[in-house]
Design a protein around this ligand. Structure first.
Ligand code: FAD
Length: 348
């Protein structure tokens, strides 16, 4: 089993609010670890609207979701938080000494004095393909949103989906395979013939289909067959109402990501309509040492805005600092004039 990391503060969620929490805790000289289910930081800003403009961040007339994320990462760089991406926090339990034992689906374990839940509308996890019996092959022959090791998908890989990542995966498989005119290197299945990836990617994919390197099939996966041990083929319902069987050694599913509050709802926190209730003075939950900030929390007057999440992270940091350093007087200092803050920011 992986060793347990003993830490002062763990943040669940690398959305804008989780990122700013790193900054505010950093000013109090608290080093943070951040876990996110996504393979990158930015939360909704990166997953849902990377190229759309935001107009209500103070003093930034306009910036895109991606720009805001990049600027936050730059701002928190001095604090060197440790990011644990691509993993979901599954359980939170109280250790006998009062600290919190937090475990992820990749087996990482943290024993932390404080936990800051900045989980937004939930963890972004892949949408599942619902076909009876298929879940038995998850992880061995069925993969969700895989981004690498695509060359190792076996002799008859099938890709489901029309997104940028789906078609890029198809192209990568063709690139890795020596050209063989009779058997396409990959079959892409999507319910209709119009594809939503970037036009350039769609063009490349269509050229590969034209040359016979790849194959496209309009239809829906409605069933599967196995040989008793391994997944062997899929049933595809075709637009004309007939069905066909498609040999399949590996299935890579790209149906996109959707946010799931998932495990957080099971940690025994006080919740109101799927949001964690907090004290708006400190953003503490009713559970000692556990805080909730950003879109995931609720209190009288709550508004789900990035600016409000920044405020919440700022006030939470004062209370966290008091809990991490119980004998210290936690005082407010200005970044403009405090030499201590200049030192932690590395701007001396
Ligand atoms: P999120 O951004 O949701 O990030 C939460 C992160 O936590 C996610 O990355 C998720 O994967 C991770 N996570 C959750 N649970 C777990 C778990 N168990 N384990 C691991 N990771 C987990 N707000 C504004 O202020 N101005 C705007 O102009 C604006 N425009 C918007 C436009 C759109 C289209 C949308 C959808 C939202 C907009 N918002 C805007 C809202 C804003 O994006 C949210 O308020 C903000 O993203 C909340 O930040 P957060 O950090 O609390 O949560």
């Amino acid at each position: 089993a992986a060793s347990i990391q003993e830490i002062d503060a763990l943040i669940i969620g690398a959305g804008p609010v989780g990122l700013f929490q790193v900054f505010q805790l950093g000013l109090h000289e608290i080093k943070t670890h951040v876990v996110d289910a996504l393979p990158y930081a930015g939360g909704q800003c990166m997953e849902l609207y990377p190229d759309k403009p935001i107009y209500d961040i103070p003093a930034l007339t306009v910036c895109t979701g991606r720009e805001l994320t990049e600027r936050l990462l730059q701002q928190i760089a001095p604090f060197a938080a440790t990011f644990h991406l691509n993993q979901l926090v599954k359980t939170v339990n109280r250790a006998p000494d009062g600290r919190l034992l937090v475990v992820t689906d990749k087996g990482q374990q943290f024993l932390t004095k404080t936990l800051l839940i900045a989980a937004g509308v939930g963890a972004f996890v892949p949408r599942k393909l619902v076909v009876e019996g298929l879940d038995r092959f998850e992880g061995s022959q069925v993969f969700y949103e895989p981004r690498d090791h695509l060359q190792q998908l076996g002799p008859h890989p099938v890709i489901l989906g029309d997104s940028e990542s789906a078609l890029r995966a198809a192209i990568a498989i063709c690139d890795a395979q020596a050209a063989s005119p009779n058997t396409p290197a990959v079959t892409v299945v999507h319910r209709r013939d119009s594809l939503s990836a970037e036009p350039e990617t769609v063009d490349t994919f269509r050229r590969l289909c034209h040359s016979g390197a790849a194959r496209f099939l309009a239809g829906q996966i409605t069933g599967m067959q196995d040989d008793g041990r391994l997944l062997s083929s899929l049933t595809i319902a075709l637009p004309d109402g007939t069905a066909s069987e498609l040999i399949c050694s590996t299935l890579a599913v790209y149906l996109g990501l959707s946010p799931k509050l998932g495990p957080i709802a099971e940690w025994g926190l006080d919740m109101d309509r799927r949001q964690v209730t907090v004290n708006p003075a400190t953003f503490a939950t009713r559970e000692p040492g556990i805080f909730a900030i950003g879109d995931v929390n609720t209190y009288p007057g709550k508004r789900k805005l990035i600016l409000c999440g920044f405020h919440e992270a700022t006030l939470a940091a004062f209370e966290v600092a008091q809990q991490v350093f119980p004998h210290k007087t936690v005082a407010l200092q200005y970044t403009t004039t405090s030499s201590k803050l200049h030192k932690v920011l590395g701007v001396l």
